[in-house]
Write a protein of this length. Sequence first.
Length: 416
Amino acid sequence: MTNLKSEFLQVLTERDFIHQATDLEALDAKMSEGPISAYIGFDCTARSLHVGSLVQIMMLRWLQKTGHKPIVLMGGGTSKIGDPSGRDESRQLMTDEIIEDNMAGIRTIFDQLLTFGDDASDAVMVNNGEWLDDLRYIPFLREIGPHFTINRMMTFDSVKLRLEREQPLTFLEFNYMILQAYDFMELAGRHNCVLQMGGSDQWGNIVNGMELARRKAGKHLFGLTTPLITTADGKKMGKTASGAIWLNEEQLPAYDFWQFWRNTQDADVGRFLRLFTEVPMDEIRRLEALGGSEINDAKVILANEVTKLCRGADAAKAAEATARETFIKGGAGADLPTVSIPAAALQAGFNVVDLFIEAGLGASKSEVRRLIKQGGAKLNDAKVESEDLVVSADALNDGQIKLSAGKKRHALVKAE
RNA sequence: GGAGGGGUUGGGGAGCGGUCAAACCCAUCAGACUGUAAAUCUGACGCUUCGGCUUCACAGGUUCGAAUCCUGUCCCCUCCA
């Protein structure tokens, strides 16, 4: 791990991206000689990737920045199987249409973070459906099958854990690792790809690909994995009560995305800045050393930087402005979730409880009443004292009513 | 195929004829303290027109009364073959 020569690996090391790597010295030598191609595979399990995948995407970005060629592999083919790694249950099988649709959604985030094209260090996107969809069973088995022993496959975590927990592992899923191994070899042949990266749960799959390519084609390929990113209190990152933190605007508005980062725990700020932003290391060291409430400045920078990367500079600015307006001035920022209600209904008088539900700040009347009872409900920053309060048009402030549930959840109501 | 054990409110897990909307833990939400942090403390945590109403796998039944008893169905687990 010492004295790495290639810029890419230096960056990765410095920013704590590396969990495991195969033959790091040789890889370093190769990468410092000249540009290489490396890939990461993404399953098309949803219309957007979430922050759990952001580490991988950042690696591809650094790869490109340091002059190498990123290959984004869309798992159009493998998504039809479902990766059993790290899961106790089989994934629900998806139809081709859903996979297509998901792929289109996921593509947008890569367009945002990587430069695609035909130049040497331009990123390319490939779909493993290209070579997997039309595989013929018997020839494939004869070509690839002899290189895998069941004995060895049983030792990989994705298989072993499932079996140890006595959870079923179908033959379908059992094939996943073979197909991913085949992918690596295929990419090595088609795009001269020599490195596969991925999350730590992909280690087994990556190693399989390397071995297959070595045996079939005599190629020396490399693998590198990132650690599983958890929060300081040991939870999987990016899973909040309200759902996953999606990278696409369509799945999660920029303001909420920004807030997620702004609410990072003190202990995670430095690590997240290293992994999810391109802020220079000196600056990060300065920011993470901030004590007391000053660390909030670092959190704002974190939120701004990540939002800028994933959603663009304008979205980041707007989100920050809204947060500033809402939390510091105690006003109402434009980016807050907004709902419209008919002006006539408001004229007639609207019960607070119903209004909170309309604004999405409560799922049931009981829930809102509880909120009011506990003193967490505010209307235009004044505590709602009674659940019988009737809100009328004179509550409008610059044409809008600000509702708050607790300190962090705010919404605007406008009359139409 | 045989013998047992079980399916309870987001998760775990009590309850085993009435006092059960159902202990407790976790998660979640709110309040206090702070810094839109963590930790801690407090409270809440099915729905409701506040009269009640719908929940304890599903469908029936016994009973004044069932999550609790009986019958059937579906699912899960353990052991034997």
